[in-house]
Write a protein that binds this ligand. Structure first.
Ligand code: ZN
Length: 366
């Protein structure tokens, strides 16, 4: 939508079914005059508008982010609502504030709109439809207000973070405070969930505890991610990259490339070298696009990707920047180039391996 990839996580199916079912129960109890099919139809309409509202909230974040020149990776709908992936903190507290605040504002605006249609349609539209619109006004109000709770990574937590960031000039400190607040809010929700469970509200209790636990985990992991970036700031690409790469000659058939390279070594890509110079990169993903029966008659040279189309960094590039490039690029791979020659490749696997070693050594050093 609007050039932004919208994904639906498989966990979303669970919540979509649950909400449709509870809306069906609600419709058949509140409007006993509805037929079974009528109640199901109303439930589906309410669910579609509900997730439509969540999507519009996320789209607001995404569109403002793009307008501020920050690339949006995608929007994902999942069990707990929606998430927009963009490196919002890459620009500064002002942009983070702006991109964040439009989400809850959009939800509040939607609440107002649904409320208005609900009021205006009171005497015109069928009663069940009016009731559904009123319900959606409430849902959007709750979405807007809940998202303003100041616990990272909720929108309110992001707003808190950008304010502290602006005041102190330290993203690190701001994230720590917002993350601790997020964990606090999460634990409060867990406690509220358990209390409501003990009071006999089974479904609501479990749901609150669940959301709370999710928030605690999300707050913790976003702080850990920041710590990781901090650690990587002091590391150069050269230290992490896979080196001593095997080279493929360009005049090899794809079949031979598969047999002698891809099936033998644990790499997803090999540099192609001609007369001592790297001229491109042959990837497993590229080979998979060619039907198997053509492998003996197609050549590495025609299928390789020119170096110019790859993400390139120098050996002394800081790894926090490389991490950003890895996340941004669809290829999932960064080539380390020195004097026009590929001297190494960094994939997420290489980075994970390096981190595992680093942690093991760090622990033993203490
Ligand atoms: Zn939001």
């Amino acid at each position: 939508m609007a050039g932004i990839e919208v994904r639906v996580d498989s966990s979303w199916a669970v919540i979509a079914l649950l909400i449709t079912y509870s809306m069906y129960l609600w419709a058949s109890i509140v409007y006993p005059e509805l037929s079974g099919a009528g109640a199901v139809g109303l439930a589906i309409l309410a669910t579609v508008l509900f997730f439509g509202s969540v999507l519009v909230h996320e789209l607001a974040h995404a569109l403002v982010s793009q307008a501020r020149g920050i690339r949006v990776q995608d929007i994902t709908l999942f069990l707990f609502g929606g998430a927009t992936r963009a490196r919002v903190e890459s620009r500064g507290p002002g942009d983070e504030f702006l991109i964040t605040v439009v989400g809850p504002l959009t939800s509040l605006l939607l609440a107002g709109l649904f409320g208005l249609v609900n009021l205006a349609g009171r005497d015109v539209l069928p009663t069940p439809l009016v009731g559904t619109l009123g319900y959606l006004a409430w849902v959007n109000l709750v979405l807007g207000v809940f998202n303003l709770v100041p616990g990272f990574p909720l929108d309110g937590g992001r707003l808190l973070r950008s304010a502290i960031w602006k005041a102190t000039g330290s993203l690190q400190r701001a994230t720590r405070v917002a993350s601790v607040a997020g964990q606090g809010v999460g634990w409060l929700l867990v406690a509220a969930g358990v209390a409501s469970l003990l009071a006999g509200n089974l479904a609501g209790g479990i749901w609150f505890a669940f959301i709370g636990w999710f928030l605690v985990q999300a707050a913790r992991s976003s702080y850990q991610e920041l710590q990781l970036r901090d650690l990587l700031r002091g590391v150069e690409a050269e230290e992490v990259m896979a080196r001593n790469l095997l080279r493929i000659p360009p005049d090899l058939s794809l079949q031979d490339a598969v047999d002698d390279y891809f099936m033998r070594y644990d790499h997803g890509a090999f540099p192609v070298e001609e007369q001592g110079r790297t001229i491109g990169l042959l990837t497993l993903r590229g080979i998979r696009r060619v039907p198997r029966e053509q492998w003996p008659t197609r050549w590495v040279r025609e299928l390789m990707v020119p170096l110019g189309d790859q993400v390139l960094v120098g050996p002394d590039a800081r790894m926090d920047g490389v991490l950003g490039k890895l996340e941004d690029s669809d290829a999932n791979r960064v080539l380390v180039v020195q004097g026009g020659e590929v001297v190494g490749i960094i994939t997420p696997t290489d980075l994970t391996r390096w981190l595992r070693r680093w942690r093991a050594l760090d622990r033993s050093a203490r």
